[in-house]
Each structure stands twice: as C-alpha cells, then as structure tokens.
Design a protein around this ligand. Sequence first.
Ligand code: GLN
Length: 445
Amino acid sequence: AVLGRIRETDDRVRAFLHIDEDRALEKAREMDEAASAGRGEGPLFGVPGAVKDNLCTEGVRTTCASKILANYVPPYTATAVRKLEDARALIVGKTNMDEFAMGSSTENSAFQQTANPWDLGRVPGGSSGGSAAAVAAGQVPFALGSDTGGSIRQPAAFCGVVGLKPTYGRVSRYGLVAFASSLDQIGPITRTVEDAAAVLQAIAGHDPLDSTSAPVEVPNFVGALTGEVKGMRLAVPREYIGEGTDPGVAAAVKRAVDTLAGLGAEVEEVSLPHTKYAVATYYLIAPAEASSNLARYDGVRYGVRVEGDNLIDMYRRTRSEGFGPEVKRRIMLGTYALSSGYCDAYYLRAQKVRTLIRRDFDAVFERFDAVVAPTTPTVAFRFGEKVSDPLTMYLNDILTIPVNLAGLPAVSVPCGLVDGMPVGLQVIGKAFDEAAVLRVAHAYE
Ligand code: GLN
C-alpha cells in the first residue's frame, strides 16, 4: 500500500531520492512470515518509514542531496536507522533534503525540488523537507529527519505534521553525515504525537560509537502521554510572538495556548532576552563547524572526484563542481570565522553568546515545565520567494535556532491554518525532558 501511494503521489510531491521496491517487498515478506510464526512483536513491527538522505544506510546510496556524494554507498548503517531495523520497522527509501542539510526550503537539493503537499506551489520547508512531505502526503507513517537549526520542526510545521528534535545527546549521531556537530540531532516526523513518542523510544539511548551521546536512561515516552496538563507551568516568550511573527500565526498559537490553559495549565509570559542574537550566533557557529566537517570531501576519501593537473587542482575542481552555492557560502563564512586573527572576534564571541542564550532558558526552566511558542514566524512560502536572498531565508529559523544552541528538546505540533496552510505550535522542554514536551503536545493535539 505504501509503495502504491508513493507511486501515485511522488511525481508531484517528489519527496524521495531513492526507493528500493524489491528490497522493501522482500523485507515485508520476511516480516509476514515472522508474524504468522508468532514473532511479530513491538509497536514498530512491520511499520514502513523513510529516512533523510544524510543518514548512512549500508549498501544504499546516501547522497546528502549533494553532487559530491552522488555515488556514495556507505559500508555501514547509522545507529538510529539500525535501531529502527532492530525494532523491525521497514525502511522503504531515502528522502530529499537541502544539500548537507543547509537550508529551510529543500530548494538547495542538487537533485530535485520537493513540493508542499498542501499547496504544490509552496516549499515543504527544510532541510528535512522530503521527510515532512512524505509523511504529510500519506506516503509513509513516519520518517527520520535531522535538526541543526530547525530542520525537523520547521518542515513539520510547514507540512502540518508532528516533528520532534530530541535533546542533544539523546539520539546517537553515529552515521549521520555531520553538518554542525555540536547542534545536529536526529528525530522523528510523524502524523501524531503518539507516533513520535514510539519512534523516539526506538531510536534513543546511549551509543558507544558517538562520544557525545549521553549515558542517561531512556524513560517510557509513550507512557508519559497522559492527556493531562493540569498544573503544568507553561511559559510564553514575548520575543517569539512580537515583531517579525505573522499576526495570523501569532493568533493561531495564542488560541492553542488558551486551549492548554483551558485544560488546566498555568500560562505566563516570560522574556528570553538574548533571542535577537540567536541567528547571528548560529550563522557563525554552524558554518564554522561545517567548514571543518566538509573538509573531508576532497575527491580522495569519498564520493565524486574531478581530475585535475595536480593534487591541489584536483581538490579545487572536485569541490568547485561538487558543492552547490549555499554549501560554498557556508564553507567561506565558517573558514573566515575560524581564521587566526578573526577567531576571537567571531567564533569565540559567538560561543559566549551561545552560553547567554542557554542561560535565558535555564532561568525560565527554574520556574516552568515547558516553553510554548510558534515554530516558525510564517506559514510555508512559495518556491523562489526567499532562495535568492540568504538573509531572509536564515531569518525564517529565528524561533527554532535558540533551541539547538541550548541543546534542548522541542516538538512542533499542528495548531490550525493561516491562508489554508498549517501553523506549528512549538513546545520546548528542559534537557532530557522529552516526556514533558510530548505530553503537552499530545494533550493539545
Ligand atoms: N535552516 C537552517 C540552516 O540552513 C537549519 C538547517 C538544519 O537544521 N539542518 O542552517
């Protein structure tokens, strides 16, 4: 049924970069046999899903939607994907994305444009646009994305589905092609909060193969969905609903907050005063880390090589032809921010501001259980509207980026429509308290 639905819709949505029908059907047959032999156990048994194309899959092409990895077939599988396979979920394909996860519309894919299933003239968001569109189009019940500055939550909001970015360290990054290592996290995109909890349950946990994965216990996320928010203290940051946020989006979020208050939550307005520095801070730290992580694509170790007159010429041609314009922009920005002479003024200063942003949240979480806010300042925009102006594109992530800088968990859940397009309610929690954000989102949903 899933393969049929993809066949029916993907010529318009274009969510998938790669589908292996034969492999999926063969695995499905094995599962049918296991089920009839009484070995079909667990909530994800036989459930089909998709994964973003920056997650390594052994024997299956993993391109990061970049020409430089167009031919890359990893010899190993990412831990998050392996854990899904251990839970007997069935991965049917790899989804489109912005090249190396850099972008907010999936327009930076080197291979194809993915459309928003709600309006094919609009972007699905990004960078996990393929994963969000696939779930929204009813192609698969769940998909994995990655979120460095909003790339799970923003496309989930734009496509009217649920997207969860776990706490930094909750899910192993082993096998996730690195963009900005101190910010990247893998998480689920689903139709319901309960499904997000079930997928997180499967992929979470300490992994010795990722030194930044946290050795903390994994609670029962599904069990945390009580439907109750009575007595929970929720903070609404005034910086998130002010200037720059579309009045329709702000109104939809306000109605959602009123609903939560009606369910017995205590709601209060707070301030996160360093929010205005988040985008600038992120666009120093993320490109700095990216410039270092992307140094490995040199035509020698991985992917595509473009021959040259000598070694340096081969590097230059490979990287010039292999990377797209946004990736090059980030490499230049990051290399500059890290260069001797400018490192103190830019990179180190950004790290200090990052601490201030984290402390804003620490102060709020002394008194509150969760922060509620819009996921994005606007609903999904049209193709071409922002792609020629990087700054406008970057500003679309202003409400999701602070969460990555602070390493916190956050979910986006649909909360109404503006101009016929979905709006996302963002629920942000304390570190490792995904249970609370899922509980609030589920009670609202
Ligand atoms: N849109 C942001 C960027 O381009 C975030 C991307 C992401 O979370 N991977 O960096």
